[in-house]
Design a protein around this ligand. Structure first.
Ligand code: ADP
Ligand code: MG
Ligand code: MG
Length: 872
């Protein structure tokens, strides 16, 4: 087995064998770029080392000997040679770059003798000892595990003793003393000596690189990032070039484009008379690369040309490391540059426009999740420096916002309306009646609940910042305080909330603005062309829908009508309706609500601009609309003209042990058909009105919670009769569709029959997951984290679809439904509709569209395009 490849023998496609660094050093060598000679010991050699009880095999050591001979032949340098000593770097490099592993040892080959030779040849004694002390520190740290700080302290002491500002002021004598003291550290701290034989230095370094693959930090990193254990690392052995050999030398790093903004401009830093990590380690302040144009114009131009060439060759933004030795440029590393989400989008779009990549490649390079960071404001980095994190909860809805704290929806609304304050609603949890306080809040924070709790869903829906389940907060409603350890937050205090990472801070922090820029818009358009799946929005208000249209939603996949009932004047009518004794008593409140609902639908349909709008009829258990505390019960009793006792007993009679399994959804239609009749009337009237005004509205009406064909048929008949009656009365026609929400396991199993009476399916994955697992989704917080920690669940199935169970039911429903009606449109409007991993799965099972909250639309659009590409 060949375990060593010279740079001239490899290429960029050999990452698995040569590691990323080695493959790219080989590729640059192939391109005739100035790369110091060297070779790569393969990842296979690393595997062999692991199987050989962590020892370098005889065979490998022999191959290293040959490689060294070959390197000597091509460079004219030899270990220990007095006139031309070979000095090398040993650099690790796995196929995926991995912090936590041993990185690099420079200047291997130096010892007490060759350091003198180096001084003589270069006529620069200071440089020779500077290189030697660096080798001693790196080798001691990497091979013997001596703390870096121990070596740094010696440098610092020396500088302090002489009042030096910078390493550059260290004299040759200083450096010689430092070398002596470093050797003492070897003795004192590790009871070891520094190996004077260069071959021993090299073998020890290679051994350390291979061993570092198995260290704890590297293992943890691999586990967290799903990097296979079997990958292994390669080792690169490369002839040294010296950036620290004088003022005509230097070292630096540069990106071919700005990694923060994506702008096409060389972006980087360098230091003159410096080596290796000096640039990033902060010991000296580097100069911006633009100044190299003045200080070394020829080198700058050569480098700029190479940068351009590499970018064109790799067809991506590059991150380059270079060194200048006596006015000659060398390239030491090239790799795809890490970038911010905004830069990723700009670079991808620019590269397409420059003809370097196609649209498909551009889409594939974007992490869908990262897009959401571009759509929300964030705290300015400067503002976050030295900020103490007060508490951390789940990052329910991204964004950054500051405001004054209120503990009830009513007080938040009052402070907002009357005192024009920016408010943050902080509660143990929220419920539908808090909606008005939530709407006016900059951010919503709860001490309880999970990612699909009411607060989380509403915050995402509105695109406001949300943090939920911040358990460290002790919320006291009577005291109007929230306490974390010693800190007490009072009503009106300023807090800052980061919904992207779940952090809370005291005080008001500065934020930066969010926007959908032209590049993102372009990318999203391409994604739309490529996708098979439509991307719809869940929108309950015209404002939501407006925002979704700005993000180019294909339509509304879900309008929940219950939120429309929580404005005060409506809530009163709703309560009158629910508390009425019979159909007669429901008449007046129904009529009042009808007028309001008709207007809601009129507004939304009017905005729809030819896009389809799916309205779901009333879904939640009725008691959610009823007053809960003593004070409210008194008030409502008065408003609806009844006694407190009568009201209480009516409320009691509506209580259910398992409300989510109770009298809700279309079960309400069966017992109170007049409620659905009212809603359908509102929909139909609004559509007719608009069609008379010249619009073309075709309502899609969705029935929640259906279990069977007969149930769907029963409700459908009620809906159709209502529509037909109105059409006849108005002597007009209307195209409409009546479909069901597919959210009961039983409905999935009988989807072939339900499809006979349903014009479309739309999966409600929240209820479907809840019922398939038997998890109450409002209570999973008490055990779900442990299930995930123990690996019993791979992830939260309310956030990423459980393909094995819930997903299999979905696949069954799709296949059975389409067996009855091959053209059946099938959407997904639950929480997972905007989740990239789930979207991959939905594409596979033949879903027609997903529907998600407005701010997730761009994420879902990119994910849908990627799903289409990986399925092609
Ligand atoms: P990392 O993976 O941490 O970037 P590298 O192996 O790239 O580690 O090494 C870090 C730095 O060491 C390089 O950027 C370069 O400045 C310096 N270096 C590595 N090999 C050589 C060499 N043969 N000659 C000169 N400098 C080198
Ligand atoms: Mg590097
Ligand atoms: Mg549901």
């Amino acid at each position: 087995m060949k375990q060593i490849y010279f740079f001239s023998e490899g290429n960029k496609d050999m990452r698995d064998l040569l590691g990323g660094k080695g493959a790219n050093l080989a590729e640059m060598t192939r391109l005739n770029l100035p790369v110091p000679h060297g070779f790569t010991i393969t990842t296979e050699a690393c595997h062999a080392y692991q199987q050989n009880s962590h020892q370098l095999s005889e065979a490998l050591m022999l191959e290293i000997d040959h490689a060294l001979d070959r390197l000597s032949a091509s460079t004219g340098k030899k270990f220990n040679d007095e006139s031309n000593p070979l000095l090398i770097s040993v650099r690790s490099g796995a196929a995926i770059s991995m912090p936590g592993m041993m990185d690099t040892i420079l200047n291997i080959g130096l010892n007490d003798k060759s350091v003198i030779a180096l001084a003589n040849i270069t006529g620069n004694e200071r440089f020779a000892y500077d290189s030697y002390r660096r080798l001693l520190a790196m080798f001691g740290n990497v091979v013997y595990g001596i703390d870096e700080g121990t070596f740094d302290n010696v440098l610092t002491e020396t500088k302090q003793a002489h009042n030096y500002q910078s390493d550059l002021e260290l004299t040759t004598t200083d450096l010689k003393n430092i070398v002596t003291r470093f050797k003492e550290i070897y003795q004192n701290n590790a009871n070891k000596v520094f190996p004077q034989n260069p071959k021993d230095q090299l073998l020890a370094a290679v051994d350390s690189v291979f061993a570092s693959w198995d260290n704890n930090r590297a293992r943890v990193y691999r586990r967290q990032n799903n990097i296979p254990e079997t990958l292994g690392t390669a080792v690169n052995v490369q002839t040294m070039v010296f950036g620290n050999s004088g003022e005509d030398s230097g070292t630096g790093v540069a990106f071919t484009r700005n990694p923060a903004t994506g702008e096409k401009n060389l972006f980087g830093e360098y230091l003159l008379n410096a080596q290796g990590e000096d640039v990033v380690s902060g010991v000296r302040t580097p100069a911006p690369i633009s100044t190299l144009r003045e200080s070394m114009p020829e080198i700058y131009n050569q480098f700029a040309k190479i940068a351009e060439k590499l970018e064109t060759h790799y067809r991506d933004m590059q991150d380059l490391e270079f060194t200048i030795e006596h006015g000659k440029l060398y390239l030491l590393q090239a790799r795809a540059g890490k970038r911010t989400p905004a830069a990723a989008v700009k670079v991808a779009v620019d590269l397409v426009n420059e003809g370097l990549i196609d649209k498909e490649t551009a889409i594939k390079r974007i992490k869908p999740e990262s897009i959401s960071a571009m759509l929300h404001s964030e705290f300015a980095h400067k503002a976050l420096e030295r900020q103490h994190i007060l508490a951390t909860g789940l990052p329910a809805s991204p964004g950054a916002a500051s405001g004054q704290v209120y503990f009830t929806a009513a007080s938040a609304k009052k402070a907002h309306d009357e005192k024009h304050q920016k408010v943050v609603l902080l509660r143990q949890d929220t419920s539908p009646e808090d909606i008005e306080g939530m709407v006016v809040s900059e951010a919503i924070v709860t001490s309880r609940g999970g990612m699909t709790s009411h607060a989380a869903v509403v915050a995402r829906g509105m695109g406001s910042t949300g943090v939920v389940g911040a358990h460290a907060l002790q919320v006291s409603y009577p005291n109007k305080t929230a306490t974390v350890d010693e800190t007490v937050i009072h009503e009106g205090d300023w807090v800052s909330v980061d919904g992207t990472n779940g952090n809370l801070y005291l005080g008001q922090l500065e934020t930066t603005d969010a926007n959908i820029n032209d590049d993102l818009a372009t990318l999203l358009e391409w994604a739309k062309e490529i996708s098979h799946l439509g991307v719809y929005t869940n929108a309950d208000t015209p404002a939501d829908f407006q925002r979704a249209l700005e993000f180019d939603a294909d339509g509304i996949g879900l309008t929940r009508t219950e939120h429309m009932f929580f404005k005060p004047e409506r809530l009163l009518q709703m309560r009158r309706l629910i508390l009425a004794k019979d159909a007669q008593g429901r008449k007046d409140p129904l009529a009042k609500i009808l007028a309001l609902q008709e207007n809601d639908f009129y507004q939304i349909y009017k905005l729809s601009a030819g896009k389809s709008v799916t309205v779901r009829l009333l879904d939640p258990p009725l008691h959610e609309f009823l007053p809960h505390d003593e004070k409210e019960i008194k008030l409502v009793a008065k408003e609806i003209n009844t006694t407190v006792d009568a009201l209480k007993s009516r409320i009691d009679s509506l209580k259910e042990l398992n409300p989510m399994l109770g009298h809700r959804g279309d079960r309400l239609a069966v017992t109170y058909p007049d409620i659905y009749q009212m809603q359908v009337t509102a929909i139909t009237n609004a559509a007719i009105r608009l069609n008379q005004e010249g619009y073309d509205i075709k309502p899609h009406i969705m029935i929640p919670l259906t279990n069977s064909r007969s149930e769907m048929k029963w409700v459908r008949d009620v809906v159709e009769e209502t529509i037909q009656k109105i059409l006849i009365a108005n002597d007009t026609t209307l195209e409409y569709q009546i479909g069901n929400m597919m959210e009961m396991p039983r409905a999935c199993v009988t989807a072939d029959k339900i499809a006979e009476v349903s014009d479309f399916f739309s999966f409600g994955t929240n209820d479907l997951t809840q019922l398939t697992f038997g998890y109450s989704r409002d209570d999973v917080g008490s055990f779900m984290p442990e299930y995930i920690a123990q690996g019993i669940l791979p992830n939260d199935p309310f956030q990423t679809v459980d393909t094995e169970g819930v997903g299999e039911l979905m696949r069954m429903a799709v296949n059975r439904g389409r067996g009855t009606n091959a053209e059946l449109p099938i959407g997904v409007c639950g929480e997972v509709g905007g989740d990239p991993k789930s979207i991959q799965f939905f594409e596979k099972i033949g879903i027609s569209y997903v529907s998600c909250s407005p701010f997730r639309i761009p994420v879902a659009r990119i994910a849908a395009a990627q799903a289409a590409l990986s399925n092609n």
